[in-house]
Design a protein. Structure first.
Length: 313
């Protein structure tokens, strides 16, 4: 499926981003200003409303320039419409762009993908009515996001999340029950959910994930702490979870509900959603239409693994 390249794309960007990457992105946008009708927004709600307005006005493509939070906001405005999302990845992590193999360090390449016009349909899920396209989490990872300040992200980039994680690992984990729509329940201390394979950047955490299979891939951590965290890194280094059952269990589901013994942080697409004792995740009937390379290729981490094992599949 293809759309025709526009002479000028409506582009939604977050002017508050102050990182070096964001500054380079703004320079790129201004250097290519004849290709875009530029709209700066101050809130996620404003971005969503603007995207919805563009769709109602008949725009075939709306471009989001930002990280996963900006993308999530624009996606909310495009749900249920025929308008296609274009991505200029300018955030700290850009997980969804990496999932689709959109060049995240080469904005001219990302613009070429938009101009290429190849449309991919992607599943959408929601957490208590809030849509997400890539990932969500209950407990540990959401608490890391909660404790990572905007200033630390600006100064340290991804390292800011690592420093927050070290602090959170020392806290007492909650106890959770995860009720799957398929009719069974498991217990754990942290839950990660993936629509795609990638989590937190280039880590392929969900080994069997496919963002067009109508299923969420779910990791239920049986315990929290340094052992579980190191185990995750080791498994990601080998290409993603398939099954474990000791420190973590892997499931695929059409939906689930997480209940905790206390209010815990919840994140969707890398942004803090809030705190809750109970949160339901389920599939949406709508699909997201997004411009992506026609050939997926290998992301950076998969290429590293392929180079280490040239004879493997």
């Amino acid at each position: 499926m293809f759309v025709n390249a526009a002479s000028r794309y409506p582009l939604i960007l977050n002017p508050r981003a102050r990182s070096e990457r964001a500054q380079r992105a703004r320079r790129f946008v201004m250097e290519n200003a004849t290709r875009f009708a530029i709209y700066a927004t101050n809130t996620a709600e404003e971005s969503a409303e603007l995207a919805r307005r563009f769709s109602e006005e008949g725009e075939e493509v709306v471009v989001a320039a930002g990280g996963d939070g900006t993308l999530n906001a624009v996606v909310r405005g495009l749900i249920g419409t025929e308008t296609v999302l274009g991505i200029l990845p300018t955030g700290t992590m850009n997980v969804f762009a990496r999932e689709l193999n959109i060049p995240f360090g080469h904005l001219a390449g990302a613009l070429e993908v938009i101009d290429g016009g190849h449309v991919k349909e992607v599943d959408l899920f929601e957490a208590e009515g809030t849509p997400f396209v890539q990932m969500a989490g209950v407990g540990f990872d959401a608490q890391v996001i909660e404790e990572t300040t905007t200033e630390s992200k600006r100064l340290l980039g991804p390292l800011a999340y690592i420093l927050s994680a070290v602090r959170v690992l020392g806290s007492e984990p909650p106890r959770m029950k995860v009720h799957f729509d398929e009719g069974f329940t498991v217990e754990g201390a942290c839950v990660l959910l993936g629509n795609g394979a990638l989590y937190g950047g280039q880590l392929r955490l969900f080994g069997k994930a496919d963002n067009a299979d109508d299923l969420l891939d779910v990791l239920v951590y049986k315990k929290a702490g340094y052992t579980a965290a190191l185990g995750s890194l080791g498994t990601a280094a080998r290409g993603g979870f398939e099954a474990d059952g000791k420190a973590v269990e892997y499931y695929q589901t059409s939906g689930l509900t997480v209940e905790s013994d206390r209010k815990v942080p919840v994140e969707v697409d890398g942004e803090l959603w809030g705190r809750a004792e109970r949160v339901e995740f389920k599939a949406m009937t709508e699909k997201l239409r997004v411009l992506a390379p026609a050939e997926r290729g290998k992301n950076w981490w998969e290429q590293v693994l392929a180079n280490l094992n040239p004879g493997g599949n």
